[in-house]
Design a protein around this ligand. Structure first.
Ligand code: SAM
Length: 249
């Protein structure tokens, strides 16, 4: 886990109201993948890095038993209020624990993750450890589906450098930098209207990129035959994000 907590109250809220549609758009494709893998409604799904619960809510509304886990207490609090049919817990990856051990990931019929969650970990080794934990949580015959940020994504951002958006009661400014290979750092400043004024919060996110071949090798060694896809389903995706989908043998 990182030293400074990511997605504190105001950034969690801004992500929820301004950027949560990415997870919502992934939901139909993930439901189709679950159906194709014959993970029936009523089965358990673990949503890793669930954020404010848009995907978890959509899967729970479709009849799955969903547990969402996320390192951000603010995200988990939002998720509990937004998706009451799902369960949520604070959990930081890699947990360092075996599947179903206290503090570890529980076994599930499917493990899903959107929003390049694993790229928030500190190093390629931590990403590999988390991939092994996700793979280990998938029951035999179950599905794993997740997205990852590659170098292609980070390079594209190198040129655009940042992003700004201003809404009625919030605004966000991000500045990107590449402090080294495999590293995309983002300085995020959020303004949220509070009474007659604006509250400012700053976060510094350190993303580590991961290439699909490396992740597929880790998953393969962990018993998951996976393949790379451009998206979960038909949803539009951000260039340089890849989706890995596999089934436990
Ligand atoms: C870009 S958001 C994606 C949220 C949601 N899945 C979505 O698609 O909208 C990344 C999420 O990963 C979570 N996260 C970051 N590092 C984590 C870690 N080490 N363990 C668990 N969750 C983490 C953050 O708190 C945040 O909710």
């Amino acid at each position: 886990m990182t030293s400074a907590p990511y997605y504190q109250d105001d950034l969690a809220w801004v992500h929820h109201v301004g950027y949560g549609q990415l997870a919502e758009r992934a939901a139909p494709g993930i439901l189709a993948l679950l159906e194709r893998a014959e993970v029936a409604r009523g089965a358990s799904v673990l949503d890793v890095g669930c954020g404010s619960g848009q995907l978890a809510g959509a899967l729970a509304d479709a009849g799955y038993r969903v547990l969402g886990v996320d390192a951000s207490p603010a995200m988990v609090e939002l998720a509990r209020s937004q998706a009451p049919r799902a369960q949520f817990e604070i959990r930081s990856l890699p947990t360092g624990k075996a599947t179903s051990a206290p503090g570890g990931l529980p076994a599930a019929d499917a493990v899903v993750s959107t929003g390049h969650v694993l790229n928030y970990l500190d190093s390629p080794e931590a990403i590999a450890a988390a991939l092994r934990e996700l793979a280990g949580a998938v029951r035999p015959g179950g599905l794993l589906a997740l997205d990852l940020m590659t170098e292609g994504f980070a390079s594209a951002h190198e040129h655009c450098r940042g992003h700004a958006r201003v809404e009625e009661d919030w605004a966000i400014v991000t500045r990107d930098s590449r402090p080294g290979p495999r590293r995309l750092h983002r300085q995020l400043t959020v303004f949220r209207r509070v009474g007659d004024g604006w509250r400012r919060t700053d976060e510094h996110h350190r993303n580590v990129t991961c290439e699909p071949a490396e992740a597929l090798a880790v998953l393969g060694a962990s018993g998951i035959s996976a393949e790379e896809r451009p998206s979960f389903g038909d949803e539009p995706t951000l260039g340089g994000l890849v989706v890995l989908v596999g089934v436990r043998r």
